[in-house]
Design a protein around this ligand. Sequence first.
Ligand code: HEC
Ligand code: HEC
Length: 208
Amino acid sequence: MQIARSLLAAAALAAASCSHAQEPAAVSSADSGKSVRPDALAAFETVKGVLQSPRCVNCHPAGDQPLQGDDSHVHLQFVQRGPEGRGVAGLHCATCHGKANPPPSYGEHMPPGVASEWKLPPPEHRMVFAGVSSHDLCEQLKDTKQNGGKDGPALFHHMSEDAITLWGWNPGYGRKPVQVPHDEFVRAFKTWQDAGSPCAPARTASNP
Ligand code: HEC
Ligand code: HEC
């Protein structure tokens, strides 16, 4: 059990509000240096905060329509996931979403783009991030049947290097990037993985 002080107020709050008998709330360590790492469950709360930020949730919705904006409203134009996540015939994502964000001179509300391909996860593994508990998100993330067959290293690569994930930190003019810095997110993800990818207990009143 690593006793550590969370770097993030949010992570500290999340940890403190959990009532896992075996997990004491994050406490200050003797080391008052600013690089004390959060423990694995607190680190996962940081990861969760990113996955459930609008930039990520909008492509990882509970339903079969992508979402838009910081309020994650249902995508206009009746856009649907479609059989491969690319939209339905006649209204593919690529009709509007290109290989890069349009330049700032185009103004706000332009369709963002990414070098790999702008699409939703396919219906076979929908990777729902919206509205799921810490426990469920955690179990889903490391289940290769639900994550597109990604083992630990592949998942780490996806978080640290894949264009579609990095887009969250460079989302195009007028859109807020993910609030947690990318290197901090990657560090938290690694802390969680290095500790064996532990998950918080299933949903309880104090662990929503
Ligand atoms: C444009 C839509 C889009 C956005 C935005 C997006 N994702 Fe994804 N995400 C996908 C797709 C598509 C897959 C499935 C990739 C695959 O299986 O090839 C995926 C899969 C994943 C997976 C599961 C691993 C996998 O490859 O199946 C994780 C974890 C993930 N995304 C995290 C994130 C995070 C974190 C963000 C925000 C920073 C984010 N995603 C933003 C489309 C998106
Ligand atoms: C008819 C054109 C069109 C099609 C087709 C389309 N989009 Fe969009 N999309 C847009 C526009 C325009 C925006 C920008 C809206 C804004 O910023 O207010 C957008 C924004 C988004 C966003 C929001 C990004 C954010 O975080 O705010 C996501 C996610 C998204 N689209 C996913 C998809 C996916 C996935 C598909 C295919 C299944 C798709 N879109 C098909 C036009 C389209």
